[in-house]
Design a protein around this ligand. Structure first.
Ligand code: F3S
Length: 413
């Protein structure tokens, strides 16, 4: 693989051992995937943050790296295993202490500690054509597909190394020829809400690590596309998809291809409903509802607040989001409405990477196909996958009879 004189100096250790170690990882990845050279990146998004997923070995690696490693491009973190600010969720002292050490190591490396899988909603926003090194699979699908920046599905160490060197190896989705569609998905009915997750789950299984090209009957929002990409990336290994007349590379996706050579599938309402049913592992009422996979946007929190206003929930509710989005929700009064109804705005973490299995819950209600796919395997708990409206369960308000009401009630006897 060709290295510039500057890159050779980095590899030789002239910029310190952390840069040297990071460069070795990038070069090794480049050699595995036959990259011809390195490219400069403009941002990184780094996974491997929750103590639940990286354990003591990961913690030791990060503490060691933090001695002299510093990132040189804007970089943010994936969700951690706890909310870094609220301490009423019930996580153990030992887990919390180890998690805080991990965050501290990343902070020492100059990585912005907004722990979120939706960095594109809170300031880590590349432009079309930028090379980046992102590792959370749903964020990778979003940044490639909806923004049109270029990244592979990096592992945590790969993304961290790229952030330290400001470079990554040029292979896979960094090359335009690999960004073409190889499956056309014709969605025959109008869709909304959790339908996007169900379609993503269904198509992800069919396409694996391919590049699907969707034809939808209706226009999709940012929130729809983040659900779609998260599901595609969890049941399959999709890093890039295109939506006709919507995403920035949909024209290039088919350029130079004979459409008749591409595999084509149709998805109708029956397929979607069947997948929706399949994603639930239980018919019990959930004892915890977890929303925000990927992390909630301010519009999604507004919708939740509107449904909860003036009501009281029977089951517990977590709305997972990032610290900057919560700050906006606080200012708009949404947090107060949700907390008055008995819910919690939970930041920096989520239902999959937090150790919720240690908190005594049995059945988790989710409106995310990705969460429905991972909660049983990562947490060992049952899930109910449904629309927000169907998941919420409210207490019936007590009937308070006024003096006149009591008199009328007696008269009616
Ligand atoms: Fe984000 Fe956790 Fe879902 S990291 S995409 S909320 S599983």
């Amino acid at each position: 693989m060709y290295l510039t004189p500057e890159e050779e100096k980095m590899e030789a250790g002239e910029y310190g051992t952390a840069v040297q170690k990071a460069m070795e990882i990038i070069i090794a990845l480049g050699e595995i995937y036959n990259a011809e050279r390195l490219v400069d990146i403009t941002s990184a998004q780094i996974s491997g943050v929750s103590f639940k997923t990286i354990g003591d070995a990961g913690l030791e690696f990060l503490v060691d790296m933090a001695i002299d490693a510093r990132v040189i491009v804007p970089s943010t973190l994936n969700p951690a295993g706890i909310d870094l600010e609220r301490n009423d969720l019930g996580f153990s002292k030992e887990f919390t202490e180890k998690q805080l050490k991990i965050i501290d190591a990343y902070r020492k490396m100059d990585i912005t500690t907004t722990c979120t899988c939706t960095p594109y909603l809170v300031g880590n926003v590349p432009v079309k054509g930028d090379h980046v090194a992102w590792s959370e699979s749903s964020a990778v699908a979003y940044v490639n597909s909806v923004i049109g920046a270029k990244t592979n599905r990096e592992g945590g160490p790969g993304a961290l190394s790229a952030a330290i060197c400001g470079k990554t190896a040029e292979y896979g989705f960094h090359l335009d020829e690999n960004r073409k569609a190889n499956l056309i998905v014709d969605v025959e009915d109008e869709i909304k809400g959790v339908d996007y997750g169900a379609i993503g789950y269904l198509v992800g299984k069919a396409v694996g690590d391919g590049v699907p090209y969707f034809k939808f009957k209706n226009r999709s929002s940012v929130n729809d596309l983040k659900s779609l990409g998260a599901a595609l990336a969890s049941s399959g290994a999709v890093a890039l998809y295109h939506v006709e007349n919507l995403t920035p590379e949909y024209k290039e996706a088919l350029q130079g291809l004979d459409i008749n050579d591409l595999e084509q599938i149709s998805v109708d309402r029956a397929d979607i409903d069947k997948t929706r049913r399949k994603l639930s592992t239980s018919t019990e009422k959930p004892d915890l509802i977890c929303l925000g996979c990927p992390h909630s946007s301010i519009e999604e929190i507004k919708t939740i607040a509107e449904k909860l206003e003036g009501k009281r929930l029977k089951n517990q509710l977590w709305v997972c989001t990032s610290i900057p989005v919560k700050a906006t929700a606080d200012r708009m009064g949404y947090t107060e409405i949700i907390e008055k109804a008995g819910g919690k705005l939970v930041c920096d973490t989520c239902m999959v990477v937090a150790p919720i299995e240690e908190l005594g819950f049995q059945v988790i209600g989710v409106d995310s196909a990705k969460a429905a796919n991972y909660v049983p395997s990562m947490c060992g708990l049952d899930v109910v996958f449904d629309d927000l409206q169907n998941l919420l369960d409210f207490e019936t308000p007590e009937t308070k009879l006024t003096k006149n009401g009591v008199i009328r009630a007696f008269k009616n006897l």
